[in-house]
Design a protein around this ligand. Structure first.
Ligand code: NAD
Ligand code: DAU
Length: 348
């Protein structure tokens, strides 16, 4: 089968390709990526040598380019990861989120409608639990929770989910949607909480916790997310939505303290010294308090279970960052440094 994977040079897309390209020589994987600041071809060094892998440097906002990819490769499956994904960037500069996440998804759906008029292909849309908004101290998101996004990022993802459902209902396009909680693991751009804290702890820099650090996220190891997507594609049903989560709710401050403990153990630095770097900074505007996913549907209907606990996955992740200084050097470009100044200099 020919599979278009959009955003394959980003964090989750690269983990997906690294995991599945070698396992499935019978499929050809076509990575369609614009290569934004968040992409890194260094993450795909091994996969790039495989006979069943192709790269198409394409901006999905450009319909003609997307249409050409469909004409040339004739994919039977699209797995749509490509998006602007960082909430803080969506607050300081929302336009790219509207363009890539809404218009980009629209272009892919239009190309799919045009090229799959006979019902030939399947469109798998990768989305987020953030579309459901914020929970209080109790409750969990199910597939029928009302959409209530808080940030320009989550609003753009909500819009893209609605477009996918509209194409399924109106044009009978075969689609599936997954809404997943916070991913962590190797290859994540260090603007996100976990890799940012790991690298800062290793370098003895401040650990900037937003607000009081009491916000709760449900953490899932990235390869468990990728396996869940694969399962939905192979065993799920058209038109359905599946929530994916790790059942690992942790307060941000506890995530940061756990990172300090593991970095201390692996690097030999005193844990107290690392915890002393924790700095409470100005909160994210519209900061969702708590996310929690009820993953009953994917567990019971498809038999998916995560393999990593937060303890095992976090240790693996930190060890990966400590073992890969060359990858870290590659991603910490001038653009990265500009972002760190822009986001943290005025948080006080
Ligand atoms: P990322 O920011 O690490 O990577 C995004 C990739 O998309 C990059 O390679 C980038 O170059 C590409 N891209 C962006 N705009 C593009 C465009 N206009 N045309 C072509 N390519 C473009 O993101 P990620 O964390 O890997 O997230 C991937 C997907 O999973 C996103 O759709 C995100 O909403 C969703 N998701 C992420 C998480 C998470 O915790 N990271 C959780 C749930 C869902
Ligand atoms: O829930 C799924 C979402 O998880 C995905 O859809 C997004 O693409 C992904 O970026 C992630 O969004 P979050 O906003 O939850 O992730 P982030 O790593 O930016 O922040 C996690 C929590 O940590 C959040 O409550 C904000 C807080 N935080 C973050 C940073 C970067 C800090 O306290 N300090 C920081 O420096």
């Amino acid at each position: 089968m020919k599979i278009v994977v959009t955003g394959g040079a980003g964090f989750i897309g690269a983990n997906f390709l690294n995991h599945f390209v070698p396992k499935h020589p019978e499929h050809t994987f076509i990575n369609v990526d614009k290569l934004t600041y968040a992409a890194n071809l260094g993450s795909l060094a091994e996969v790039a040598k495989a006979d069943n892998y192709r790269l198409e440097v394409v901006d999905i906002v450009d319909f003609a380019a997307v249409d050409r990819v469909f004409t040339e490769h004739q994919p039977e499956l699209v797995i749509h990861f490509a998006a602007e994904s960082h909430v803080d960037r969506s607050i300081s500069g929302p336009r790219a989120f509207i363009q890539s996440n809404i218009e980009g998804t629209f272009n892919l759906l239009e190309a799919a409608r045009k090229h799959w008029s006979d019902g030939a292909g399947l469109f798998h849309h990768v989305s987020t639990d953030e579309v459901y908004g914020s929970l209080g101290d109790t409750g969990m998101f199910t597939e029928s929770t009302r959409y209530d996004p808080s940030s320009p990022y989550s609003a753009s993802k909500a819009a893209s989910d609605h477009l996918v459902r509209a194409y399924a209902r109106t044009f009978k396009l075969r689609t599936r949607i997954t809404n997943c909680s916070n991913n962590y693991g190797p290859l994540q751009f260090p603007e996100k909480l976990i890799p940012l804290m790991v690298l800062n702890a290793v370098e003895g820099k401040p650990l900037p916790v937003y607000g009081e650090g009491l916000n709760v996220r449900d953490w899932l190891y990235v390869v468990d997310h990728c396996e869940a997507i694969w399962k939905v594609i192979h065993e799920g049903e058209d038109g359905e939505t599946y929530n994916i989560g790790g059942n690992n709710e942790v307060r941000n401050i506890d995530v940061v303290k756990e990172i300090c403990a593991i970095v201390a153990e692996l690097s030999g630095k005193p844990k107290g010294e690392l915890e002393g770097l924790i700095t409470y900074v100005k909160d994210r505007p519209g900061h969702d308090l708590r996310y929690a996913i009820d993953a009953t549907k994917i567990r019971t209907e498809l038999g998916w279970e995560p393999t990593e606990t937060f303890a095992t996955g976090l240790r693996k992740t930190i060890a990966w960052y400590l073992d890969n200084p060359a990858w870290i050097e590659q991603v910490r470009t001038g653009e990265y440094r500009k972002w760190i100044e822009k986001n943290y200099d005025n948080r006080g």
